[in-house]
Ligand binder design. Structure first.
Ligand SMILES: Nc1ncnc2c1ncn2[C@@H]1O[C@H](COP(=O)(O)OP(=O)(O)OP(=O)(O)O)[C@@H](O)[C@H]1O
Length: 375
């Protein structure tokens, strides 16, 4: 099964997709390449167009313009059942009157696969997903996680080169969801099919995917491997969407003279992005935070406060949670300062040397920084 299926993964190309419903534009100018055999997550807030895009790839919805190619073939006009793909939805869509075995093999029966071949494939898939003991049960006699496995089994047994999933784990409790994430990822790797997976959960996307496509209001905000999305977010939206708690976004005006110099050098209004985990308490640090509260999480803690009047968060080791009302000096490494054009939200590509002064521990610089707690 492994070698057959791993030859099957096919590239998906989404080219210039637009989708409008009357006045509503759900998708515009969407270009995405999903490499053969890879796992790509479509991530974004509710209503951003993820499901619409998946349904267009599936052939359940027609785009207003643009093309969908699978394995190099133009599928845009092809009906859903001729696209050679499998699908798993949030509602598992199991037939309640059929046994687990019949649910899993349903597609094979409609494709007239011979009984012996069906049985052999069923046994392999049941063993893979741990469903052997439940094959004669009805879906109502299974837990949510087991029902989910049946839906996965039905997708996997089809041995299609492409699998589309729309929030398949969202009905499961947190513990099961975590276990299923690992299982699903391992399954996709070992079988080698191409996965396009819709989720609004950034943890799900960054733990499972080779490539995360972040969508915002019908447009691709950034498409990148998880670590690139975290380390070099292309926009302030991407910076805030990936990472928990989200990145601090400080207007340059919150940073006194350093902020003003950085804006003059950049030639535009700036937002400084610094992750809560990139700020560290340091008496020599250039950033002054007025602490307003804290949240103990065990291994670590979150310190809430204001930097130059803007709300900010700092992640510290759990044992070092400071008390509220205290001022805190913070240091940041130069590579952990992200700069965004305040008007467009786009990341600044070129380095701005004045911004690096924020990372300096040189006391000579301190004279140029006002007392930010008073702002
Ligand atoms: N059949 C439809 N007719 C009109 N508008 C629609 C239709 N389907 C979706 N939309 C609109 O298109 C936009 C994108 O919807 P879509 O379901 O793709 O978003 P989503 O990112 O999958 O959201 P969620 O995570 O909440 O499922 C929304 O504004 C939605 O209201």
């Amino acid at each position: 099964m492994k070698s057959d299926a791993s030859r099957q993964g096919r590239e998906i190309r989404i080219e210039g997709i637009e989708k409008c419903w009357g006045e509503t534009t759900a998708l515009s100018g969407v270009d995405i390449t999903v490499p053969a055999g890879s796992f790509t997550a479509l991530l974004g807030p509710s209503g951003c167009g993820k499901s619409t895009l998946l349904r267009i790839v599936a052939g359940l919805e027609a785009p207003s313009s643009g093309r969908v190619r699978i394995g190099g073939e133009d599928m845009t006009q092809r009906p859903a059942d001729k696209r050679n793909l499998s699908m798993v939805f949030q509602s598992y869509a199991l037939f309640p009157h059929l046994s687990v075995a019949d649910n899993i093999t349903f597609g094979l029966r409609t494709r007239r696969v011979a009984k012996a071949a069906r049985q052999a494939r069923l046994e392999r898939v049941a063993a893979l997903l741990g469903l052997g003991p439940y094959l004669e049960r009805k879906p109502s006699e299974l837990s949510g996680g087991q029902q989910q496995r049946v839906a996965l089994g039905r997708a996997v047994i089809s041995e299609r080169p492409v699998c589309l999933m729309d929030e398949p784990l969202s009905n499961l409790d947190a513990k099961l969801r975590h276990a299923m994430r690992t299982e699903l990822r391992a399954l996709q790797r070992s079988l080698g099919f191409t996965m396009l997976y819709v989720t609004h959960d950034q943890v799900e996307a960054i733990t499972m995917a080779d490539q995360v496509v972040l969508i915002n209001e019908g447009r691709v905000e950034q498409a990148a491997p998880p670590h690139a999305l975290y380390e070099t977010p292309a926009t302030s939206f991407a910076a805030r969407f990936i990472g928990t708690p989200p990145m601090n976004i400080l207007p340059a005006t919150a940073l006194g003279e350093i902020g003003a110099r950085a804006e003059a050098e950049a030639g535009c209004a700036l937002h400084f992005g610094i992750r809560p985990e990139a700020l560290r308490p340091d008496p020599m640090g250039m950033l002054k935070m007025h602490v307003t509260g804290g949240e103990y999480h065990g291994a670590d803690a979150l310190v809430m406060g204001r930097i130059g009047g803007t709300e900010a968060l700092v992640r510290v080791p759990g044992k070092t949670l400071p008390s509220g009302g205290a001022p805190m000096s913070l240091a940041v490494a130069p590579q952990d300062i992200h700069l965004f054009n305040a008007a467009t939200g786009q990341r600044l590509d070129r380095p701005i040397s004045a911004a690096q002064a924020l990372a300096s521990n040189d006391m000579a610089q301190a004279t140029t920084v006002p007392d930010l707690n008073q702002i």
